[in-house]
Design a protein around this ligand. Structure first.
Ligand code: NAX
Ligand code: K
Length: 513
């Protein structure tokens, strides 16, 4: 199994670049980036038409110029639009411009977009005839704030062109560290240089970046740069998946209780419990807060349903608090039981209203790194006494702050779910899709996380595995034709089981595991 993919912040990419510039001229590094881009474009961009390279005022434009020159020399039809005065380009991009001119690459110099929107809207010239793709070299990791002024309309016009768009390093307008974008190039695919960036995978990154490929340009990691953020892949958690020995029994795979289901919300804990069964929990109990719990689950009579007060807390290996729990007087005592001084053996997953109660708690309960919080951005905002914008502006920082504040693993849901551990570890999940934006999928995730905790996986790995499997199940269902619209949360459990099984088979065939 491959090693996990590291994600690097802009300051780390700059440090890797700076170390490389000690060994070789910076233009040699740009040449490598341009060559990597040319090779990539030759493979992915449709042939038979002109590739339009849009080069901006910085070195991202330089990469585009180098790539255009190489492809032109190789006989492909290219045209470059330089949206900057050539005399104001930084040194390497200026060299790349010079080389393009020497090679007689067809170029046009367009008036530079003004930082503040002008009176008349900026209108690009007509696209070249038979244009087959746009290559985006407008802005890279030098983007320091949201795109403004004329560039907004430039990006809009490029996004409306009826051809695929290929972004170099990062779609222009997307912030590399956070995945925040007000206006950005909507790319079909992105080739990112030196190392992958978190912003390509979380927030709006997934919508703008398309398929992401990475070329490390052969630059080694200098001393002092270590990956702080990982892409959540099986290599991050597979080593901790529960083994299923032949001589085992239901007690070997843990007791899990899902507590919730106040009046009118009985379905939520059932969704979690059914998913927990499918991820291998030994015994799954559902404790309902409402007065008249259902006698059994018609779909899964294996589940043990009872009033929450009848759950033997001490016998549980894991407890999920929250699905359909409400914030009433029957819910609060379950949070109070987490206070320091109250003995407990079970690891806890806190979801939905359990998180809202946690946010209101005067003395935060005693949680540890084996417990998992699974907030969506609004719940995270309440937990951090902030607002959604604050959370979404830097999802990594928000997840890290949550874990630090509460001492537990946190799972900040949303596009590119972020998982954080109290010791500072961070991961971004690449699986999942918009089909998950429907009621009940959070209950399923909480149940899956509880199932893995009950089977003895540590908090960090259980959260990573549950999030990955949950997303991969949705990806599989969509690939099979269920969704995007209309995927029901209850569909996920069996698909997650199938993905899980394949993962285990892969591990068994993989020598290092
Ligand atoms: N030798 C080199 O210098 C190398 C450069 N590389 C490329 O260089 C890029 C970084 O280059 P730069 O640091 O020059 O930066 P960029 O090319 O990303 O952009 C810098 C320019 O964008 C403008 N800008 C920043 N924020 C803006 C905003 N919100 N609205 C409008 N304009 C804005 C700046 O004023 C500046 O003119 C990387 O992304 C990568 O593509 C890499 O290929 C590695 C080698
Ligand atoms: K770009």
């Amino acid at each position: 199994m491959d090693t996990p993919t590291p994600l690097y912040l802009t300051r780390q990419i700059r440090a890797i670049e700076a170390a490389a510039f000690q060994r070789e001229p910076s233009y040699a590094v740009m040449t490598r980036a341009g060559r990597a881009a040319a090779r990539w474009l030759d493979g992915v961009a449709p042939g038979g038409g002109t590739l339009l390279f849009v080069a901006g005022p910085g070195n991202n434009g330089g990469d585009a110029l180098v790539a255009a020159t190489m492809l032109h020399r190789a006989g492909r039809a290219v045209r470059v639009w330089l949206l900057a005065p050539p005399e104001r380009l930084p040194a390497d991009a200026s060299q790349a411009w010079h080389d393009a001119c020497v090679a007689k690459v067809p170029t046009d110099i367009l008036p530079p977009p003004a930082p503040a929107a002008g009176m008349a809207p900026y209108v690009l010239p007509a696209f070249p005839p038979r244009m087959s793709a746009i290559v985006d070299g407008l802005l890279g990791i030098g983007l320091s704030r949201a795109v403004e002024g004329d560039l907004v309309t430039v990006i809009e016009q490029l996004n409306h062109a009826p051809v695929p768009r290929f972004a170099l390093d990062i779609p222009s307008g997307l912030q590399a560290d956070t995945g925040v974008a007000q206006q950005a190039i909507r790319a079909t695919a992105t080739l990112t240089f030196i190392g992958a960036k978190p912003g390509l995978y979380t927030g709006q990154g997934r919508d703008f970046a398309g398929t992401v490929s990475t070329d490390d340009l052969g630059l080694p990691l200098p001393d002092g740069v270590t990956a702080e953020i990982m892409l959540n892949e099986p290599a991050c958690f597979a080593h901790a998946l529960p083994a299923r020995l032949h001589a085992s029994h239901k007690g070997s795979f843990g007791n899990l209780a899902i507590i919730g289901g106040d009046a009118g919300m009985c379905g939520a804990p059932l969704l979690g419990a059914r998913a927990a069964l499918r991820l291998g929990a030994g015994r799954v109990h559902v404790g309902f807060l409402n007065d008249a719990p259902p006698a059994f689950d018609v779909q899964h009579p294996e589940l043990m349903l009872r009033a929450a007060s009848q759950i033997d807390r001490a016998a549980m290996d894991a407890i999920v608090l929250g699905p359909g729990m409400g914030q009433g007087t029957r819910a609060q005592p379950w949070l109070d039981l987490l206070n320091a001084g109250t003995p407990r053996t079970a690891r806890h997953v806190l979801d939905a209203d359990a998180l809202n109660l946690l946010a209101q708690a005067r003395t935060p309960p005693h949680l540890n790194e084996q417990d998992v919080l699974t907030p969506h951005p609004l719940e995270a905002a309440r937990l951090l006494s902030g607002n959604i914008a604050m959370v979404q502006t830097d999802r990594l920082a928000a997840a890290r702050a949550l874990s630090k504040r509460y001492g537990a693993v946190s799972v900040l849901k949303g596009s590119g779910t972020v998982v954080a551990a109290p010791d500072g570890r961070l991961a971004i999940n690449p699986t999942g899709n918009a089909a998950l934006a429907t009621a009940g999928t959070g209950d399923v995730l909480a149940g899956m996380t509880g199932a893995l905790l009950a089977q003895g996986m540590p908090g960090w790995e259980a959260a990573l595995a549950a999030v990955w499997l949950h997303g991969a199940a949705a990806d599989r269902l969509v690939a099979q034709g269920a969704g995007m619209a209309g995927l029901a949360a209850g569909d996920l459990a069996c698909a997650a089981r199938a993905v899980y099984r394949e993962l285990v088979e892969l591990m068994q065939g993989s020598p290092g595991l």
